[in-house]
Design a protein around this ligand. Structure first.
Ligand SMILES: Cc1cc2nc3c(=O)[nH]c(=O)nc-3n(C[C@H](O)[C@H](O)[C@H](O)COP(=O)(O)OP(=O)(O)OC[C@H]3O[C@@H](n4cnc5c(N)ncnc54)[C@H](O)[C@@H]3O)c2cc1C
Length: 650
């Protein structure tokens, strides 16, 4: 059967719900380690906990095989300074990286990534993932090392940690001896299926299509040790209770508080649709500390309101594709990193400004094109058939364009930079900054509750998720073994079950899309570009009204819509934390991207702290935690991992 329209035409009516409905029924399981979210971090956590001998259960909202932001693929294994071709010291690189990401980066996660992500990559190869050019398909491509068959991403130089050096593509730029070799190009579309296979081989009990809804605290007391979690099967509606010695949150961050676009991707077209802040909301309700929640920025990655991020030329996967104007005039290099008129990597802002001015003066003519045709054939082959094919949903773009006759050796692709408007200030994105705080064991402020990947504050990318997941898994396994099982509270379970199933008890009222749209409007109106105390109070009042009048009318006719409804409730919780955090930051700070009209001055002392938020008996509490609270990264890492054996010995 083709489209929905064709189905209705032939059948005359929509299909029956294809799964048995089990609202109200329960399954109870127990585990040493329970992993919530089977994305990149979650799979690695489950595998490493299982390798420690722990009995592991993992809940995943989708199907672990392809779920999450990293499910479709990945083309860059970033920050892998322990690889044999690297020219930098991993511990020094971790510091450089932390500093290049600004004052509020996550030094714990970055150190773990720099120390251990090469070990994770080698394990990935053992499991069956492809990490080298074993078929010699890319002989002669820049950065390919013939001895190891690793494909180094050549754009990174030793001068800058994260940012590609200026002048990419210029003659003589970034010669091989200057490269840091800290980023490898890999075949990431092979990863997720092998991670699932390995989980199953190790006996991990995978609960696919099961949305985690609540962390269970010992005796049901907020802030007490985590002793399990509840979930709901998003196909049958069956309620799941898992008792566990330790719980790991790896559900990634939040996507889309500020908008809901029903005509396009629904949510952002950049992030996984499942990324709805559930883990942060669960941790928050359990009493764990979260931070960086005040940070947001205009959404650069389209959100369905714009053309997909990958517009031909000028972003990470197209790393070396030159851009030309309508008359084939080459734009200044590097064009890499262009996103919606804003610089993804700061050194390029000046180049973007130059090109904008050039367009106004008539020096360059729109539209621009990614000029695959002018590239060396082996380089366009690598960009098209490795980077874009492996990266993610870009594979679909590759397939679609090829089906339409695109030839990378002959053709150009239109680029939408400067054609589409600047990102609107009211369509903001919280992802990338806010998240759960942890210590050096990746344990949160709640005993037995761990966090990894994009669930942590200021998270990194794919290899960060893999390394932190793998690390959290082994730490949680040890913790669970030492502490044994805790005691869950039936009262807490019952209250959660009632909350979760409430929308299924109604047959009319407000559906999830309407609720989401209402919440997004609140965020757009009162927490957009201009912020002041009155507007923030109005936002909280509005949300209060939504909770009082709209949430009790929320209805879901099937388990899938129930999932979307519960996501809305997470988003509402998340929005309240964001608003409380912005309110509490009574100053203006460029570093934190906070502009308060009522507090236009900077406060350098306040700026030296993370703002941690947590709940005690349902009351919102604040704590200032000094930036770099983790101490000396190398020392702390080694003190916490004396027995770890990996490639890099320190
Ligand atoms: C288009 C795109 C391209 C990218 N390319 C690269 C790249 O080339 N290199 C790179 O380093 N990084 C890349 N990234 C980033 C990388 O994919 C992420 O950093 C990585 O996937 C984060 O891992 P994670 O486990 O934290 O989150 P995810 O992989 O997103 O996993 C989170 C999982 O939690 C599940 N989940 C959410 N809520 C619940 C719940 N309540 N209950 C149960 N399960 C839940 C989700 O379904 C998902 O499977 C890319 C991201 C995108 C979107």
């Amino acid at each position: 059967m083709g489209t929905w329209h064709e189905y209705l035409q032939s059948e005359g009516m929509p299909p029956e719900w294809p799964y048995p409905i089990k609202f109200g029924e329960e399954t109870e399981l127990d585990a040493d380690v329970l992993v919530l979210g089977g994305g990149i971090a979650g799979c690695w956590a489950a595998i490493s906990a299982a390798r420690q001998g722990a009995k592991v259960v993992m809940m995943e909202k989708g199907d672990v095989r392809r779920s999450g932001a990293g499910g479709p693929g990945c083309d860059h294994w970033c920050n892998v300074p322990a690889n044999p071709l690297s020219r930098v010291d991993p511990d020094e690189w971790a510091i450089l990286e932390m500093e290049s990401l600004g004052d509020y980066s996550n030094g714990i996660g970055i150190e773990i990534q720099c120390r251990e992500d090469f070990d994770a990559l080698l394990e990935m190869e053992q499991m069956g993932g492809k990490i080298r050019d074993t078929d010699d398909e890319f002989l002669g491509v820049e950065g390919r090392d013939d001895a190891t068959k690793f494909m180094v991403s050549p754009r990174y130089s030793v001068d800058g940690a994260l940012a590609p050096a200026k002048g990419w593509g210029e003659p003589g730029f970034n010669p091989p001896e200057k490269r840091n070799n800290t980023v490898l190009r890999i075949w990431g579309s092979t990863f997720k299926p092998v991670l699932k296979k390995e989980c199953l081989r190790l006996g991990v009990r995978i609960l696919d299509r099961t949305m985690a809804t609540c962390i269970l605290n010992e005796k049901g007391r907020q802030g007490a040790r985590a002793v399990g979690a509840t979930g709901i099967n998003v196909r049958t509606g069956e309620f799941v209770i898992v008792k566990a010695g330790a719980v790991i949150i790896s559900t990634a961050g939040a996507g889309h508080l500020w908008y809901l676009d029903m005509e396009h991707g629904g949510y952002s077209t950049m992030y996984s649709r499942n990324q709805s802040g559930d883990g942060t909301a669960m941790a928050w309700r359990a009493g764990a500390k979260v931070t960086m929640m005040e940070v947001s920025s205009p959404n650069r990655f389209s959100g369905g309101l714009k053309h997909k991020w990958y517009t031909g030329g000028g972003d990470a996967s197209y790393e070396n594709v030159p851009l030309v104007d309508a008359n084939n005039k080459r734009l200044p290099a590097p064009t890499q990193g262009w996103t919606d008129g804003g610089a993804m990597f700061s050194p390029q802002a000046d180049i973007i400004a130059r090109v904008r001015e050039g367009v106004k003066r008539g020096e360059y003519e729109l539209p621009f094109y990614a000029d695959f045709a002018s590239m060396k054939p082996e380089e366009s082959h690598a960009t098209w058939d490795l980077m874009l094919t492996e990266e993610s949903t870009t594979k679909i773009m590759v397939q679609t364009m090829e089906a339409g006759g695109f030839d990378k050796h002959r053709d150009q692709i239109m680029n939408y930079t400067l054609i589409e408007a600047q990102p609107s200030q009211q369509y903001r994105d919280p992802a990338g900054g806010g998240g759960i705080m942890t210590d050096w064991d990746l344990m949160t402020s709640v005993d037995g509750l761990f966090a990894a990947g994009m669930s942590t504050f200021s998270p990194g990318d794919h290899s960060y998720a893999a390394a932190t997941g793998r690390y959290a898994g082994r730490k949680a396994a040890v913790w669970a073994k030492q502490r044994g099982a805790g005691e869950i509270s039936r009262e807490q379970v019952d209250a959660e079950k009632e909350r979760v199933l409430a929308p299924t008890k109604r047959t009319g009222g407000i559906e999830w899309k309407e609720l989401h749209n209402g919440l997004s409007r609140v965020m757009q109106y009162y927490a957009g570009e201009f912020r002041n105390e009155r507007m923030l109070d109005m936002a909280l009042e509005e949300i209060g009204r939504i909770e009082e009048f709209a949430v009790p009318q929320l209805y879901a006719l099937d388990p899938h819509k129930l999932m979307r409804s519960l996501e809305d409730l997470s988003i509402i919780e998340y929005a309240k934390i964001v608003l409380n955090a912005i309110k509490e930051r009574r100053f203006t700070s460029q570093k934190l991207r906070i502009e308060r009209q009522d507090y236009p001055e900077n406060d350098p002392e306040e700026e030296k702290n993370y703002l941690a938020l947590y709940q005690e008996d349902g009351k919102v509490c604040f704590q200032r935690v000094p930036i770099r609270y983790w101490g000396t990264m190398k020392e702390q890492y080694e003190a916490h991992n004396p027995d770890y054996t990996g490639v890099y010995k320190g």
